[in-house]
Write a protein that binds this ligand. Sequence first.
Ligand code: IPD
Ligand code: CA
Ligand code: CA
Ligand code: CA
Length: 276
Amino acid sequence: TVPSEPDVTALRELARHLALEAGALVRGGRPDRVEVAGTKSSDVDPVTAMDRASEDLLRRRLAVQRPEDAVLGEEGGGTPGTSGLTWVLDPIDGTVNYLYGVSSWAVSVAVVAGEPDPASWTVLAGAVHSVVDGVTWSAGRGQGADRDGTAIQVRRAASLATCLVGTGFGYAAERREQQARVLVEVLPRVRDVRRLGSAAIDLCLVGDGSLDLYYERGLNPWDMAAGGLVAAEAGARVSGLHGAPATVDMTVAGTPERQAELVALLESTGADAAVR
Ligand code: IPD
Ligand code: CA
Ligand code: CA
Ligand code: CA
């Protein structure tokens, strides 16, 4: 039998619905003092019980509604499927903000065709729900992107010097030293830099024109799947350095002309060089 074409509209709507449902769970479950349930790469990567509760909810819904699809989630890893589609889940993106009560955190849900690897996947649909701010972005491949139902487009900044640039920092100390060195080169050449604390939201803010550019090294598939599609469908170029696609090595997003300038600047700083 010939596998049927995926229904991008239905997948997009499901991604949006799931992000909203999990977001409500996570928000409702936030105690006044959030417990740090464990740590991963270092003490600044707290994994709360709500990360797991959110991903469990998403997985339970998908097991019923999309039983043939695979799942890749930050907390639960990979679960195989038979359809060739994989749901890529970040149950809370911006965990540190969530922990501290800063509003920029989101649930990110995307569905990709092919291996769930940013170097080769095709992202079909995705949604990012910024829960406290009550904003939801979604996109479908070839359909464009929206913010709360209104179509969005990237902003066209006239020069790098007038760009507001989002970025983020990984949790490993060696990586941070390198990111700090890169920042020294970027900061004097742009309008200003924001470190908002959720890669998924950063990418969506490029899509809706709230940020001109965004770059970060070290993103995992679940950080960039939905937000990267939102940015791209809103007219952004999303890539890595040296002609590579956006991967863990580097993700750069923005309006095409300015994105190319930032890529060149990052290449000149060795932003993707191996860290000791
Ligand atoms: C993190 C956030 C942060 C980014 C980190 C991510 P998490 O995800 O997206 O903005 O700088 O690279 O790991 O751990 O909050 O899901
Ligand atoms: Ca994390
Ligand atoms: Ca994340
Ligand atoms: Ca997370």
